[in-house]
Design a binder for this molecule. Structure first.
Ligand code: NAP
Length: 248
């Protein structure tokens, strides 16, 4: 399946690598971002360079009105959605649970969980054969943290990814007969800006020697798995998890 792919958090890191690879595979790409407009526009320029259409749309995935607007603009400017990549996600600075405020926990769950649900809801409305759509694929970007728990660093983040895993299983069963496949990738330690948000820019270098493969992964390596799950090559795959953690 090619067609139109909407990627939340497509301005940087894994989302940006996915947008670039998607364009090379023939997709038109809607690149969502919150604040990094120039970076989102640079990703769109790369998409267009690959010969497909690109569109950058600012939207906060945790906000229902913002999400509705994002999908509406994608409909109007690009057309019928084929693939949603639920990639936008945040980390707060490393902390033990007893030092986590309610506001922090709410922020993490608002973007990572509510955002993933809201975007999946808009995708299902458009893709489901029950609603007159012609099917599609949703790829959620979870994390290996959902099965490791991230102790001493960000249990809140790990729990938010656990919620995404449960949602992936449930939604895959809910819409499996309506032409929509729902899968998740679970990256391990990947070289992106997110570790700076967690307060440790050098986290990949610190942890890499402890990993079975002895290195962190790249955003491009995660993008390859996302593109495969989105494609017809994975036509009988739904409710599955692809761990991309170098053996972690
Ligand atoms: P990143 O480099 O920090 O990029 C995050 C992206 O999400 C940016 O495009 C950012 O937009 C966007 N974003 C943040 N909050 C948003 C919101 N409220 N609404 C819309 N977009 C928002 O992160 P990354 O490492 O590529 O992570 C991407 C996904 O992979 C996340 O779900 C993360 O949890 C997951 N993951 C990453 C790793 C890793 O080691 N890197 C491991 C496991 C899982 P702006 O540029 O506008 O700020």
């Amino acid at each position: 399946m090619t067609g139109i792919m909407l990627i939340t958090g497509g301005s940087r890191g894994i989302g940006a690598a996915t947008a670039r690879l998607a364009a090379q595979n023939g997709y038109d790409v809607c690149v969502n971002y919150t604040s990094a407009r120039e970076q989102a526009e640079a990703v769109v320029a790369d998409v267009e360079q690959a010969g497909t259409r690109g569109l950058a749309v600012q939207a906060d995935v945790s906000d229902p009105n913002s999400v509705e607007r994002l999908f509406h603009i994608c409909d109007l400017e690009l057309g019928t959605l084929a693939v949603l990549v639920n990639n936008a996600g945040i980390l707060e600075p490393q902390a033990r649970l007893e030092d986590m405020t309610g506001d922090r926990i709410d922020r993490v769950f608002a973007v990572n969980v509510r955002g993933t649900f809201l975007c999946a809801r808009e995708a299902v409305k458009r893709m489901s054969t029950k609603h007159g759509g012609s099917g599609g694929a949703i790829v959620n970007v979870s994390s290996i943290a959902s099965r490791l728990g991230a102790p001493g660093e960000y249990i809140d983040y790990a729990a938010s990814k656990g919620a995404i895993d449960a949602m992936t299983l449930g939604l895959a069963k809910e819409v499996g007969g309506e032409g929509i496949r729902v899968n998740a990738v679970r990256p391990g330690i990947i070289e992106t800006d997110i570790h700076t948000s967690g307060g440790e820019p050098g986290r990949v270098e610190r942890i890499a020697p402890t990993l079975p493969m002895g290195r962190g992964g790249t955003a491009e390596e995660v993008a390859e798995a996302i593109l495969w799950l989105a494609s017809d090559k994975a036509s009988y795959v739904t409710g599955s998890f692809t761990d991309i953690g170098g053996g972690r």
